[in-house]
Design a protein around this ligand. Structure first.
Ligand SMILES: Cc1cc2nc3c(=O)[nH]c(=O)nc-3n(C[C@H](O)[C@H](O)[C@H](O)COP(=O)(O)OP(=O)(O)OC[C@H]3O[C@@H](n4cnc5c(N)ncnc54)[C@H](O)[C@@H]3O)c2cc1C
Length: 526
């Protein structure tokens, strides 16, 4: 992965003429790309790792797997949000882990935690490093140093139980690795977040990730069957049976725990046969309210799609203005909805047919399959455009929330108003786009994309807008995050989310499993 951007360096893209023209007309941004920065020119803070600690870590994982070189430290210096990328452009010394440690298995993770507790070193678990909330920031807290624990070597399929439909992976297995290993057995996991190419199963679990096919296969939370976890206080193996009445489900302590309670070393997930057939259907609705009503009706019906999304008027219009390949009966306005139905041929077609009747009755116009196929084709490309826009003098950042169907319109209006108001007051009026990205019978998530010109200090500019949006989300009754997690960036709103008693419960758990506070300081718990 590129050190200063999302994804593969060779897939960096220029702006198209249409994109450049729109940027200039709508936001007054010239679109000229700033030159790329040489990684070797970035200054990092000195490594604070003592030679005694270095020797002990080398004994734990092998000397070849303890790294203090510039390149490795730089590549683990943070995640992939716009603020992360802006910080990497900074000319001063940058925060980086004092070492990057790569364990091979569960026992080596346990050995690393023992060394770090003894030497008072903070440990930041690192899967794909795709966090967009500061989750992998190398914060030492009040400890002597910080190591980033890169789990990338733990990427094997450890067990496959075809009869029960479960597979156990090393926590550092990436999305594509998992799908490839399962495909050899005709199976699939079906978890496709936009960060799929680089993010890991341990990271999905630790952040409560939600993939694009969540309507059909559920969130990653729903897929997790068992965990193996190492904490500084000992080990836990959780989830022995498919269901249990043995008290509270302690797996829930580690789903969404963002590395502050323990290191997930092995994840057992539910898998299913690769779908035989996919039906693609796109729909147009006159406006967002009509589209949201239609999605609710479908989400509450037995005929669940696999993918179900609805862009608002602004997002539909912008995508239309920029896309050359939407094709088919492309929408001419209103709101575009995307659906897919996966399964055996007859079952998928039957569900899609019943859904079509339902969406038509709710005011939808069928657009054929091409807009949905075009969405699927380009579904992992948007982050590359985000980074090009950043180099072109614009900010293009996203944020997300969720609420009940009843509160959805109010939440969308509140967040949009907060973002537009804040950025206009800063002298950089913004385009605020929104889509429904995940649906449930009781509600849905809203995913906002904000595009505006950069001010002189774009980091401060965005953090101000993000604060306004976070406050608006809380005031309007939304969750501070539906799937990006809390990390460092959403921590200020955690007390509002779970209450002071909820925070105290989290602290009590932390004190029990990590009494010296070595795990991922400064994240999740205020
Ligand atoms: C372009 C882009 C698109 C994205 N799209 C989506 C999306 O569609 N859906 C979605 O849900 N998220 C999305 N995200 C957010 C991010 O990809 C997810 O949060 C993902 O689940 C993180 O996985 P990772 O392996 O990269 O974890 P990391 O970023 O490495 O870590 C995330 C957090 O989990 C902790 N952690 C990681 N591994 C472990 C482990 N084994 N044990 C304990 N703690 C651990 C880390 O310390 C950190 O706090 C996106 C991010 C980007 C940059």
């Amino acid at each position: 992965m590129a050190w200063d951007a999302w994804g593969l360096p060779e897939r960096r893209q220029d702006l198209s003429d249409a994109q450049r023209a729109l940027l200039t007309a709508a936001l007054g941004v010239s679109g000229d790309l700033q030159p790329e920065r040489d990684a070797a020119a970035v200054t990092l803070t000195e490594s604070a790792l003592t030679s005694a600690a270095s020797t002990a870590l080398a004994e734990a994982v092998g000397a070849d797997h303890v790294h203090t070189d510039h390149d490795r430290r730089l590549r683990h210096s943070g995640g992939k949000s716009t603020p992360d990328l802006l910080r990497r452009k900074d000319s001063g010394p940058q925060q980086a882990p004092d070492a990057v440690v790569e364990p091979a298995d569960h026992d080596q993770v346990a050995a690393v935690l023992t060394v770090c507790a003894a030497h008072r070193i903070a440990v930041v678990p690192f899967g794909g490093g795709t966090s967009v909330v500061g989750g992998v920031d190398p914060e030492p807290g009040d400890l002597t140093a910080v190591v980033t624990l890169d789990l990338g070597r733990m990427n094997a399929l450890l067990d496959l139980d075809v009869e029960s439909g479960t597979a156990t992976f090393g926590a550092g297995t990436t999305g594509p690795q998992a799908e490839q290993l399962l495909a050899e057995h005709g199976l699939s996991l079906g978890h496709f977040p936009q960060s799929f190419q680089f993010a890991t199963l341990g990271g999905f679990a630790a952040t409560r990730s939600s993939g694009q096919a969540s309507a059909g296969y559920g969130r990653f939370d729903d897929m997790v069957q068992r965990f193996r976890v190492v904490t500084p206080a000992g080990e836990l193996a959780l989830g022995q049976a498919p269901a249990s009445a043995a008290g509270p489900d302690l797996r829930e302590l580690f789903i969404g725990s963002e590395g502050v309670f323990g290191i997930i070393t092995e994840v057992t997930v539910r898998v299913h046969p690769e779908p035989e057939h996919t039906v693609y259907q796109a729909w147009s609705f006159p406006d967002f309210a009509a589209g949201a009503h239609a999605l609710r009706t479908l989400a509450q019906s037995p005929d669940k799609p696999t993918v179900l999304r609805l862009s608002d008027e602004a997002e539909t219009g912008l995508n239309l203005a920029l896309a050359s390949d939407i094709g088919g009966a492309a929408p001419t306005g209103g709101c575009l909805a995307i659906t897919t139905f996966e399964g055996d041929r007859a079952g998928a077609q039957a569900r899609a047919g019943r859904a079509a009747a339902l969406l038509t009755a709710a005011g939808g116009t069928a657009l054929g399959e091409q807009p949905t196929r075009a969405w699927e084709h380009g579904r992992f490309d948007a982050p590359y455009l985000r980074d090009t826009l950043l180099r072109a003098g614009a900010i293009a950042e996203t944020l997300e929330t969720a609420t009940t169907w009843q509160n959805l319109a109010h939440l969308r209006q509140s967040v949009t108003a907060a973002l537009t108001g804040n950025l206009t007051a800063q002298g950089t009026p913004a385009l605020v786009l929104c889509h429904i990205s995940h649906t449930y019978p009781t509600g849905a998530s809203l995913y906002f994309t904000v595009v505006c010109a950069q001010s002189e200090d774009p980091l401060t500019q965005w953090m101000s807008a993000k604060r306004a949006a976070g406050d608006a989300i809380v005031a309007a009754g939304g969750t501070i995050t539906h799937h990006h997690a809390v990390g460092r960036d959403h921590r200020p709103w955690m007390a509002a989310e779970v209450g002071e008693l909820g925070v105290a419960v989290l602290r009590a758990v932390k004190n029990t499993v990590d009494p010296d506070g070595i795990l991922n300081p400064g994240k999740l718990i205020p």
